[in-house]
Design a protein around this ligand. Structure first.
Ligand code: AMP
Length: 278
């Protein structure tokens, strides 16, 4: 395993590997690695010769007042976890390597309707920042494949659009959501939660599953009931709870095979997201 912070050195290594006919798969992360990240890496190592993992807490995808400053960082722990995987190249740039002296977005990424719904509605500029960093990573690494988790389903969807619109020669693949034994979707942000808050967080997936079942049964008040239950479970605020078609992200009027439920809710300042289908 080799760790790079320098873009030119990483590119030279990748160029050499490509000249040997190796296929390259990128798994972009913000670090504080958990089993969700590791499952993407494991799958990537089955599909591609060389797995590149990037660790970069991207400032441009955080809004004002969000947790950029306190986002969990544990590079030594991450590298220890990665050394037990088949990941070969680890890219750990600092902000200046990626953005120089300015994080100003010279190119604005607007992916029409998809960036303004769900997580984009109240996180102004979030997906624009995601598209900016993913574009940079794709241009630096030029992977054959890039893997993203369904935990961030909208992100995966938007990146597929980005690749299509900008003709990136990258195949985007999704990885299933990895959950703890109570069904809580693993997230680096779960580290912010106390034990009693974890108990609250673990109720979200249960409520989502029940709500999607209610929707399937035609219960008109499914959303009101879901909101009530989320607040009763101990969440402090709901950002959204919606059922959309997973292939178009359009709101669903009736249950279909493609119906997926999406939610974001807060425990204190910690914003948790989840999505699932039945
Ligand atoms: P992050 O470090 O949170 O930006 O996540 C890096 C990648 O790991 C993204 O593609 C996420 O969707 C994915 N990921 C995060 N949590 C999980 C999880 N619980 N299961 C599967 N993939 C995940």
């Amino acid at each position: 395993m080799q760790v790079f912070s320098n873009i030119v050195e990483l590119r030279n290594s990748i160029k050499l590997l490509k000249s040997q006919g190796k296929t390259i798969e990128l798994v972009p992360t913000m670090g504080a690695l958990h089993k969700g990240h590791l499952s993407l890496i494991e799958k990537a190592s089955q599909n591609s010769d060389i797995v590149v993992v990037s660790i970069f807490v991207n400032p441009t995808q955080f809004g004002v007042g969000e947790d950029f400053e306190k986002y969990p960082k544990n590079l030594d722990g991450d590298l220890a976890k990665l050394s037990a995987t088949d990941a070969k190249l680890i890219f750990v740039p600092n902000v200046e390597d990626i953005y120089g002296n300015s994080e100003e977005q010279v190119i604005e990424f607007k992916l029409n309707k998809y960036t303004d719904i769900l997580c984009g509605k109240n996180r102004d500029g979030h997906f624009e920042g995601v598209c900016q960093i993913v574009t940079k990573l794709f241009n630096i690494i030029e992977p054959d494949i890039a893997a993203f988790g369904e935990k961030d389903f909208q992100q995966l969807f938007i990146i597929k659009q980005l690749v299509k619109e900008l003709n990136f020669n990258v195949k985007v693949v999704g990885g299933e959501i990895i959950r703890d034994e109570f069904g809580l979707a693993l997230s680096s942000r779960n580290q912010y939660l106390s034990d009693s808050e974890l108990d609250i967080a673990r109720k979200l997936n249960v409520i989502l599953e029940e709500s999607l079942k209610n929707f399937k049964l035609g219960v008109g008040s499914w959303k009101l009931e879901a909101e009530e239950q989320i607040l009763k479970a101990g969440f402090d605020k709901i950002d959204y709870i919606e059922i959309r078609n997973e292939n178009s992200l359009e709101l669903e009027d009736n249950f279909t095979e493609s119906s997926r439920i999406f939610a974001a809710a807060y425990i204190r300042n910690t914003r948790l997201i989840d999505n699932l289908k039945i």
